[in-house]
Design a protein around this ligand. Structure first.
Ligand SMILES: *Cc1c(COP(=O)(O)O)cnc(C)c1O
Length: 646
């Protein structure tokens, strides 16, 4: 495929073009200008949303040459810069547009991606905006304190806190950092007061409000009256009394709420902002020196590109979000004649989701079509003759009628086999004939607009399964845990028409390790159309927008563990230029074994003993025994995922 002199993309004979691929895989919807296909059908990342792009295929080649095989996490570091800038600039614009009196003081919630290189990139990009950090545990606060340099940026501490946590935060205050302790439960207020008096350090206190506005979406339980975090209105009143009695009223400057992650509906955000601002104004009028309103996270990612109020989507843009937050706070504060606060957001998902992708290779295909029925014209069992008659349609039935007949005969055949009246050979032929009839039906209805109801299940049953060298539990945990959708796209051959309807399965021995729902701009798809795999070249699939939460929540199911990883930067002065700055090996077999208390050396010793016994008994020659042991020990150092030579 190439561009003609007018820059118009050629369309192939079968009517397929690169634009068709971009449309089918939804690149223009969820890709937001960062993911495109080049003239040769390769997927490219444009981290700065301009003409400079990185071919993912080239990154894989280079990673492999450095010894980093698939599956591979690729982090596009420049994309983090883009997102941090976008968030901060958008809030600045909204503030300017609304002539808002306060400023924007965003913080990045570390829990969404704790990776050091990710955090460093975010802090660097955020430096000019005084972009800060949010932490929810002691280890995260340890990171935040050490990495926080800009004294004008905030550190917000959420989550349950013990005395050590509180002391650590206060030490931060002592060395000049604006660290806020956000009170999540009433008992924390007494402890903060006590410990700060002991240490003689003035704390900065915030209160998390348990809003009555309930979120929507998969993570709605973060707010509403059943939420596990935050203070109810009577508790807030009680907390203010405690502060007054302790003479610490001047420490309360902030209120915070968080209605849950991936909020699909902007109305929820507006309602919550209004409710929280009312609390802010009340506390201000009670005489507390209120300065900050923290609206938490929840800013969505449009995973399916549908711009809808669907769980894997969002019905608003970043611009609308920023404007609504600013506008609603301003309106309520003006009504109450309270000075507008500085606005904090704790958007995590929206900042980091797009920067990382996982590439896996399709290593096998499970197909019902792989063995075609071979019909012999001699004596067949009557049931076989029935199937042949349906297949050849010697009774002029419609495709659907033939399918119904075939289903009936299939039941009969299964019964005959179970009762011992059908030989395995005939059972094999009967099943193959049945699938062939189903295949005819699927092909018949493939491009039809109106489909009989049975087609959904039938298509799913007949779809090929592409086996991918990765673990859903490690790399796409939210897909398994809450059916969160992620875009899946081949990263090459996008100038070819995809022809195979597939679902995807991983290499864990768990039937839940599969993907059978895919993004679509209208609805959800149960099948993904991909290319035929060729014997002569590998077929690579990219799983996109996986930079938020997936990295750290992935688990060791089946002892696969972390995948190899490379960090990629744009190289300015070259067409398709990039360089790999960092590469991190995934877990070796030995490492995952250690997580479960095994020890590679100990296992090797146990193996050696048994090999020695087999040698003594003359079951194997000593030389062969040594070879077996060598290979066993070699595998300890190798990667857990399938490696290429297999
Ligand atoms: C998880 C969390 C966030 C991040 O939410 P996103 O939806 O990823 O932006 C922010 N604040 C708090 C308190 C959280 O628990």
């Amino acid at each position: 495929m190439s561009l003609n002199s007018h820059g118009v993309k050629h369309i192939q004979e079968d009517g397929w073009s690169i634009a068709s691929s971009e449309k089918y895989y939804g690149l223009n919807n969820w890709g937001k200008g960062c993911f495109k296909v080049d003239e040769e059908g390769y997927m490219k990342v444009h981290p700065l949303q301009d003409s400079r792009g990185i071919r993912i295929f080239d990154v894989i080649k280079e990673a492999k040459s450095k010894g980093y095989d698939l599956p591979l996490t690729i982090r596009i570091q420049d994309l983090l810069q883009t997102r941090v800038k976008e968030l901060n600039e958008t809030f600045r614009d909204a503030i300017k547009q609304e002539a808002y009196q306060g400023s924007y003081r965003g913080v990045f919630p570390i829990k969404v991606n704790q990776m050091r290189e990710v955090l460093e990139e975010i802090l660097e990009a955020g430096e000019p905006y005084n972009y800060g950090l949010e932490c929810g545990s002691k280890p995260e606060l340890m990171i935040a304190l050490a990495y926080h340099r800009n004294l004008n940026s905030l550190i917000i501490c959420n989550g349950y806190k013990d005395d050590t946590f509180i002391r650590l935060a206060l030490h931060g205050n002592r060395i000049g950092k604006p660290v806020f302790l956000v009170v999540e439960q009433l008992s924390e207020i007494e402890r903060i007061i006590r410990i700060s008096k002991e240490l003689e350090i003035q704390p900065k206190i915030g209160i998390r409000i348990k809003l009555s506005t309930v979120g929507e979406g998969k993570w709605a339980r973060s707010s509403g009256e059943e939420a596990k975090f935050g203070l109810t209105s009577p508790e807030i009143v009680s907390a203010t009394k405690s502060l007054e009695q302790a003479g610490s009223s001047d420490c309360l400057e902030l209120i915070h709420f968080h209605i849950g992650s991936q909020v699909p509906n902007i109305q929820t955000i507006k309602r919550a902002t209004v409710e929280a601002t009312r609390y802010f104004c009340e506390l201000a009028s009670m005489g507390f020196p209120m300065k900050y309103l923290d609206v938490g996270g929840g800013l969505g990612v449009d995973y399916d590109g549908s711009m809808s109020n669907f769980e894997s989507s969002m019905n608003y843009t970043l611009k609308e979000y920023a404007r609504d937050v600013v506008y609603n706070i301003q309106t309520i504060c003006n009504e109450a004649s309270v000075i507008c606060p500085d606005i904090i957001t704790e958007s995590g998902r929206s900042v980091v989701a797009s920067h990382s992708l996982l590439v896996s290779e399709v290593c096998d295909r499970i197909s019902k079509y792989s063995i075609q029925p071979i019909i012999e014209k001699n004596e067949n069992a009557p049931i076989i003759e029935n199937f042949i008659s349906i297949l050849e349609n010697d009774y002029s039935a419609s495709p659907l009628e033939r399918y119904h007949d075939a289903v009936q005969k299939k039941e009969e055949a299964d019964n005959l086999f179970n009762l011992g009246y059908l030989k395995l050979k005939d059972k094999g032929l009967a099943d193959a004939l049945f699938w062939k009839i189903c295949q005819d039906l699927v092909l018949f209805y493939r491009e039809e607009k109106i489909q009989p109801e049975e087609m959904d299940t039938l298509k799913a049953m007949m779809a090929d399964q592409y086996v991918c060298n990765f673990s859903v539990f490690q790399s796409l945990i939210d897909h398994w845990a809450c059916n969160q959708l992620f875009p899946v796209v081949p990263i090459h051959r996008l100038n070819e028409k995809p022809t195979v309807d597939t679902t995807l399965v991983d290499i864990t021995c768990d039937s839940e390790g599969r993907i059978a729902s895919f993004v679509d701009s209208e609805d959800e798809r149960s099948l993904l159309r991909l290319h035929e795999i060729k014997e002569t070249e590998p077929y690579f699939l990219g799983f996109f927008l996986v930079g938020a939460y997936q990295d750290i929540m992935g688990d060791l199911h089946n002892l696969f563990g972390r995948v190899n990883e490379v960090h990629v930067f744009l190289e300015d002065d070259e067409e398709n230029g990039f360089y790999i700055e960092d590469s991190i090996p995934g877990f070796s077999v030995n490492e995952v074994l250690e997580f479960t208390q095994y020890d590679g050396q100990m296992l090797s010793r146990k193996m050696k003993k048994q090999i020695d016994i087999a040698t003594k008994k003359d079951q194997i020659k000593p030389r062969e025994g040594t070879r077996i042991l060598d290979e066993y020990m070699q595998i300890l150092k190798s990667q857990t995922y399938l490696s290429e030579s297999d």
